[in-house]
Design a binder for this molecule. Structure first.
Ligand code: IPM
Ligand code: MG
Length: 357
């Protein structure tokens, strides 16, 4: 039996997760999976109900789960909360608590969406890159951090820091991923300015010796941002730290037409994974039934692949996404002339139906 914890979160989270669950349940029937699916609270929803964005009950359930499916967290109503109680802290809390250091963010352009990208079709057609983002270290978690009174004014500070072992294990994930794909790895840093990046580069080089078949390159993050929009197909796998990965993965998402299409997996060294779309809670469209559930549905595919070892079922979901796009169904974020506009539920129903085709 596999225990799946579902954390819908805030904003559009509950809507998109509901559709992803329909897909998971159907695929479970098809594939004969024995699933125990539990729901829990995280983010603003958890703060509202339990006074904390990552409550004890969720922590306990998360530690028992084999895999976690998460919607999104955050919303304008929570911005005035004390820093430690904000929804984002719930997400950072669960990532850190479970040691989910390896964040895989594939950016794949479905050919049907080539015209939905803001970039020219020839620049993005056939795009298939993987961003491997370190998720439990770097400036997101470095100490000291804070806002203090210094010299008669307030002073805000964070610490960008990585230990050799942290760099080594994420580099290894990058190389291993590259071995399964195009055997090219680009490590992104800011080694011309930051000591932490200097060490990053040195350690990545060292780990690279264990992977002689992988062609390793290094790129400064500012250039990487430029190259991603200039010629994204030059990349196969990119490996980078927490904050650079956060920024570059949003840029990569837009290459694929919509941030509503991109799933992610966050894994620890024991194979437990948290799966979530890379987009946020989109409070502006929450509750209107127009959010694109595909990124969450594709996150279910990643869950099946990485935590349940069912590549066959993952592919079945990915093919269903392709089929529904072939049918011309589009949520507003990927809508274009001649297509059929559908809402969140309509898209979910079509995906479930396409699983059986
Ligand atoms: C992401 C998000 C989060 C992050 C936020 C919501 C804390 O932007 O998963 O990319 O910065 O990691
Ligand atoms: Mg982000």
């Amino acid at each position: 039996m596999s225990r799946i914890l579902v954390l819908p979160g805030d904003g559009i989270g509950p809507e998109i997760v509901a559709e992803a669950l329909k897909v998971l349940e159907r695929v479970g029937e098809i594939g004969g999976l024995d699933l125990e699916i539990d729901q829990g609270l995280i983010g603003g929803a958890a703060h509202d109900a339990a006074g904390h964005p990552y409550p004890e009950a969720t922590r306990g359930a998360a530690r028992r789960a084999d895999a976690i499916l998460l919607g999104a967290v955050g919303g304008p109503q929570y911005e005035s909360l004390e820093r430690d109680l904000r929804p984002e802290r719930g997400l950072l809390g669960i990532r850190s608590d479970l040691g989910l250091f390896a964040n895989l963010r594939p950016a794949i352009l479905y050919p049907q969406l080539a015209s939905a990208s803001t970039l020219k079709p020839e620049v993005v057609s056939g795009l298939d890159i993987l961003i491997v983002r370190e998720l439990t270290g770097g400036i997101y978690f470095g100490q000291p951090r804070g806002i203090e009174e210094r010299g008669g004014e307030r002073y805000g500070f964070n610490t960008a820091a990585y230990s050799e072992s942290e760099i080594e294990r994420i580099a290894r994930v990058g190389f291993e991923a590259a071995m399964k794909r195009g055997k090219r790895l680009c490590s992104v840093d800011k080694a011309n300015v930051l000591e932490v990046s200097e060490l990053w580069r040195e350690v990545v080089e060292r780990v690279g010796k264990e992977f002689p078949e992988v062609e390793l390159s290094h790129m400064y993050v500012d250039n990487a941002a430029m190259q991603l929009v200039r010629d994204p197909k030059q990349f196969d796998v990119m490996v980078t730290g927490n904050m650079f990965g956060d920024i570059l993965s949003d840029a990569a998402a837009m290459l694929t037409g919509s941030i509503g299409m991109l799933p992610s997996a966050s894994l620890n060294s024991e194979g437990v994974g948290l799966y979530e779309p890379i987009h946020g809670s989109a409070p502006d469209i929450a509750g209107q039934g127009k959010a694109n559930p595909m990124a969450t549905v594709l996150s279910v595919a990643m869950l099946l692949r990485h935590s349940l070892n069912r590549n066959d079922l993952a592919e079945r979901i990915e093919q269903a996404v392709g089929r529904v796009l072939d049918q011309g169904l589009r949520t507003p974020d990927i809508f274009g002339e001649g297509m059929t506009l559908v809402g969140t539920q309509g898209m979910g129903d079509a995906l479930v139906a396409a699983l059986d085709d």
